[in-house]
Design a protein around this ligand. Structure first.
Ligand SMILES: Cc1cc2nc3c(=O)[nH]c(=O)nc-3n(C[C@H](O)[C@H](O)[C@H](O)COP(=O)(O)OP(=O)(O)OC[C@H]3O[C@@H](n4cnc5c(N)ncnc54)[C@H](O)[C@@H]3O)c2cc1C
Length: 183
């Protein structure tokens, strides 16, 4: 028996669901807040990682062009948005899968953490990966940048915004390591 599955969110998780369900012959409707599919695999990975990005895009495109998949970008699900959960349920799907990722940002809870010139790395990568709304927002870094946290985007972000300036990076981290780096 074939089922209708609604997947909310077209990041790696949602597209993995679409992959498995369509292979089993089910109909899948994918609703995504962003116009482009891929989630943070599209809007989070540094732009010059062409091989990684290209490989992912190709794989996701193959899934989304299957005859039993329908993809709708620019559709936000939630109360007060384009579609509510009740409206989705009223369509009569066998399952609604929420794969909306961990999209929020959070401050670190110290004085000044929301001051002008303090940015969240995810907002910066959204900017240089041209996610609408973030793409036109200015992210001015100046000549000295303090980076809090040791993640993959630690160096990417200041290098992207001040590529030719000498950048001093200090990276305290309570989890793994305490120290400073000079780039
Ligand atoms: C800056 C950054 C860089 C990263 N770089 C790498 C990397 O180089 N390699 C790697 O393997 N991993 C990387 N990751 C991690 C990887 O991107 C995530 O683990 C992965 O994207 C999580 O997949 P997901 O599908 O759960 O969520 P997401 O990728 O966050 O996708 C969620 C999707 O849901 C949609 N959505 C959200 N809310 C709604 C809503 N209400 N209605 C409809 N749609 C909605 C969003 O538009 C999005 O398309 C990076 C993460 C970040 C933040």
């Amino acid at each position: 028996m074939n089922h209708l599955i609604v997947v909310v969110g077209a990041g790696p998780a949602g597209l993995a669901v679409a992959n498995v369900m369509t292979k089993q012959g089910h109909e899948v409707v994918v609703l995504n807040r962003d116009i482009k599919f891929g989630g943070l695999a599209e809007y989070g990975i540094f732009p010059n990682k062409h091989k990684l990005r290209g490989g992912l895009r190709k794989g996701y495109w193959e899934i989304l062009t299957r005859p039993n998949v329908r993809y709708f970008g620019n559709v936000m699900v939630g109360n007060g948005y384009h579609l509510t959960v009740s409206e989705l349920r009223a369509l009569g799907p066998s399952a609604v899968v929420f794969s909306t990722g961990a999209q929020g940002t959070k401050t670190i809870g110290v004085e000044g953490d929301t001051a002008q010139g303090v940015y969240h790395a995810k907002d910066c990568v959204y900017h240089y990966n041209l996610l609408p709304e973030f793409s036109t927002r200015p992210f001015e870094m100046g000549q000295r940048v303090a980076v809090i946290g040791i993640g993959d985007v630690m160096v990417d972000t200041p290098r992207r915004f001040a590529p030719s300036a000498p950048i001093s990076i200090r990276t305290p981290s309570r989890r793994r390591w305490c120290g400073s780096l000079r780039a």
